[in-house]
Design a protein around this ligand. Structure first.
Ligand SMILES: *Cc1c(COP(=O)(O)O)cnc(C)c1O
Length: 360
């Protein structure tokens, strides 16, 4: 099998070690005679898998005891409505920061439930930066402040955690969770679809502070009530068992790598070298303000867009796949999540240099 590096934004690469272990355990998980997919979610085997995954996630992210970790379905997109349904708690408005495509989707959904105050928007510069703290116009009466720490499509990242005072801070961390250590205690709710940096699609992780649980609107479907999931250990109904198991293998893999500070160091190195290759080329370009460049999603354009098709063809021949940029942005996008080995980034950089030499 030739080496393929997959730069997909999501579902994205999983660590090879994790896939090999899953393969090893596929037909018979640790002598149980069952595949994890065949297990009752209430049986002792799966309960042990679930508990270990949660404990390991708590350990790698240093989740404080006064937070629940929920393993849900519905994707990050369901959280766009679950957040207002649970956090409004009688209030009528929420603050949102608009930094791109995913912020906009969250805002559109919130508007079904409350007034949305746009605390800041970078739409004027085509979402090529994140606002500074001093740019935020916050409402102290807001039910919460929502933002997207990493915009997966634009490749724009906050390099600080917004300060929201007593207003709970909510973060859509789908494409940045586990890329580096974070101070969970600064957040009211953190949520993430798994398919970028955690595991397979179909699992959604929600980390929610205890005092924000139990205030869901009467109209909220019970499956959209954090309390229902918190009280049942995410087993109110059948959870996404196989995704939960694979996520557990990923958490263990992060621990084996030395935890999130070790992972962060590798991620920073990968991103730095790719941006340097782009900036120094005189042929490739990335439009994002340097301070807000994403470590995880690196969009870039070629000097001549007519070469895009050829670039993608040749890249594929070289084993570098899924580099096409999002249709709303064009050009290329290299997503380099935790599971992308540094050699994959090196291979991309070397390919980009060759391509430029042959075609510029
Ligand atoms: C991928 C992504 C989503 C959507 O996730 P789903 O699990 O497909 O609903 C939302 N927000 C961000 C930042 C994303 O990267």
């Amino acid at each position: 099998m030739s080496t393929i590096y997959n730069f997909s934004a999501g579902p994205a690469m999983l660590p090879k070690e994790v896939l090999l272990q899953a393969k090893e355990e596929m037909l018979d998980w640790q002598g149980s005679g069952m595949c994890v997919m065949e297990m009752s979610h209430r049986g002792k085997e799966f309960m042990s898998i679930a508990a270990k995954a949660e404990a390991d996630l708590r350990e790698v992210l240093a989740v404080p005891d006064n937070y629940k970790v929920l393993f849900l379905q519905g994707g990050a997109s369901s959280q766009f409505s679950m957040v207002p349904l649970n956090l409004l708690a009688g209030k009528t408005s929420a603050d949102y920061i608009n930094t791109g495509a995913w912020s906009k989707k969250a805002i559109a959904e919130a508007k079904r439930f409350c007034d949305v105050n746009i605390a800041a928007s970078t739409e004027d510069n085509k979402f090529t930066s994140a606002p500074d703290q001093s740019d935020l116009s916050l409402d102290s009466n807001a039910a919460y402040l929502h933002y997207t720490p990493n915009e997966t499509i634009g490749g724009v990242e906050f390099n600080y955690i917004p300060e929201s005072g007593d207003v709970p801070l909510v973060a859509d961390m789908s494409s940045t969770i586990l890329s580096r250590p974070i101070d969970v205690s600064k957040f009211g709710v953190i949520y993430a679809g798994a398919q970028k940096n955690i595991g397979p699609a179909g699992l959604t992780i929600v980390i929610v502070r205890d005092d924000l649980i139990g205030k869901a609107s009467d109209k909220a479907p019970s499956m959209f009530d954090y309390k229902v999931h918190a009280d049942s250990g995410s087993m109110n109904n059948t959870p996404p068992t196989y995704g939960w198991y694979l996520a557990g293998l990923v958490f263990q893999w992060i621990k084996d790598k030395g935890g999130l500070s070790a992972v962060a160091e590798i991620n920073k190195r990968k991103a730095d070298k790719l941006y340097a290759a782009i900036d120094n080329s005189g042929f490739y370009a990335n439009p994002v303000a340097i301070a807000n460049r994403s470590w995880m999603n690196v969009p870039f354009t070629l000097a001549n867009a007519e070469l895009d098709k050829l670039f993608l063809e040749k890249a594929k021949e070289a084993g570098l796949i899924t580099l096409k940029g999002h249709r709303s942005v064009g050009g290329m996008r290299a997503s380099i999540y935790n599971a992308m080995p540094e050699e994959g980034v090196d291979a991309l950089i070397s390919f980009m240099k060759d391509f430029q030499q042959n075609n510029a």
